[in-house]
Design a protein around this ligand. Structure first.
Ligand code: F0G
Length: 363
């Protein structure tokens, strides 16, 4: 039967996790103990509602990295960082985090038999991320300071104590994260013309650029994308050209004033003839609602900044081009923001009767 034949054809091999899938491009050996939750292989989803908003012939896709095992792209970096930490005999790891790194570090460290310590900015981590870090078994220290301060502290801790730093200043993190670019190219058959990506600590834009360049050298793609980095307006040091002492944005994941990978991100933007732009919280929330209510894709606010940015500069996108927006984290991470800023409301207090329900529905 044709149907079962084609079903058989499209049925893929079990995905082995990104270290196995991209081993030849990663700094691992046969003896590296691979700590994996089979991360990666996330879908590149066509976004027709976004294409309609551009209103010209432009192909738009979203790379939905919120479908990784802990719900964000951090899993790509963490499988590498934790595997290499285990290989080196580490017993404990530490990170500063706006939430997602802490969830990923906690999950992978526990799976690898290590103790995860995480420093978070008190009061600025979305509920789902906190829930994850706690249940995975991290030792969570909330500091009265922002992410930038927390990162300074954990860097010193790792210099002075027997504990491995797993923030993106750990080079293995970027090695793992570059596989996002590999997957985009593997799916499209080439690199996109534009890559729109949220920028906080600036590790992911750096990693994606590394991945595209490496694949280009390996002749897996014929072109390189323009790297378009988007920061929240209240936390836009790369756009302003100077650190922001007190970053503020509803997108707490990218509430960062002094990115660790500053120079590398600028180098990626320059080499790719891309750009950095800032998007307001209102633009972020607008994109967040459009993605959910028109595309059926629930991402977290920080992730929506890539789409907010693309919509802001849509008139600059050349007709006929292909754009990929990276959606870095799952919307379930931040239920409070979803409920508070949704256009829909719960109709409450309805009698449990068919007539009452029908009336409430407008029949
Ligand atoms: N999107 C989400 C959902 C994030 O959690 C982050 C960073 C970014 C985008 C920005 O990526 O830092 O590589 O430029 N989150 C970090 C954390 C800081 O601690 O979870 P970046």
């Amino acid at each position: 039967m044709t149907l079962s034949l084609s079903a058989e054809k499209i049925h893929r091999q079990p995905w082995p996790g990104l270290i196995e899938a991209y081993r030849e491009y990663l700094p691992v050996s046969d003896t590296t103990p691979v700590v994996t939750l089979l991360e990666g292989n996330t879908p590149l989803i066509p976004a027709t509602a976004l294409e309609q908003r551009i209103g010209r012939q432009v192909k738009v896709y979203v790379k939905y990295d919120g479908l990784n095992p802990t719900g964000s792209f951090k899993d790509r970096g963490m499988t590498m960082a934790i595997s290499k930490a285990k290989e080196a005999g580490a017993k404990a790891v530490i990170c500063a985090s706006t939430g997602n790194t802490s969830a990923a570090a906690a999950a992978y460290a526990r799976r690898g038999g290590m103790r995860p310590f995480v420093l978070i900015p008190d009061g600025y981590v979305a509920l789902g991320k906190l829930a994850q870090a706690l249940l995975y078994g991290a030792e969570v220290l909330a500091i009265k300071g922002n992410f930038d301060r927390a990162l300074e502290i954990v860097r010193r801790m790792a210099d002075n104590y027997p504990i491995t730093l797993v923030n993106s200043v750990n080079p293995y993190r970027l090695e793992g994260q570059k596989t996002g670019a590999f997957e985009v190219v593997d799916d499209l058959g080439n690199a996109p013309d534009w890559l729109c990506i949220p920028v906080g600590n600036a590790g992911n834009i750096t990693a994606y650029w590394m991945g595209f360049c490496q694949y280009y050298q390996a002749k897996k793609c014929e072109c390189l994308p323009k790297m378009m980095g988007f920061q929240a307006a209240g936390a836009a040091p790369l756009v302003n050209g100077q650190p922001v002492a007190e970053p503020e944005t509803i997108a707490t994941a990218i509430r960062i004033g002094n990115p660790a990978s500053w120079e590398k991100a600028v180098a990626a933007k320059d080499a790719s003839q891309g750009n950095f732009h800032s998007v307001t919280d209102a633009e972020i929330l607008n994109a967040y609602r459009i993605l959910a209510s028109e595309e059926g894709i629930f991402c977290e606010p920080a992730s929506a900044s890539s789409v907010a940015g693309m919509l802001q500069v849509k008139d600059q996108i050349p007709t006929g081009s292909t754009v990929v927006c990276v959606l870095t984290g799952n919307g379930l991470k931040d239920p409070d923001t979803a409920i508070k800023y949704s256009n829909s409301q719960i109709k409450q207090g309805i009698d449990p009767k068919i007539e009452a329900v029908a009336k409430a529905m407008g029949f």
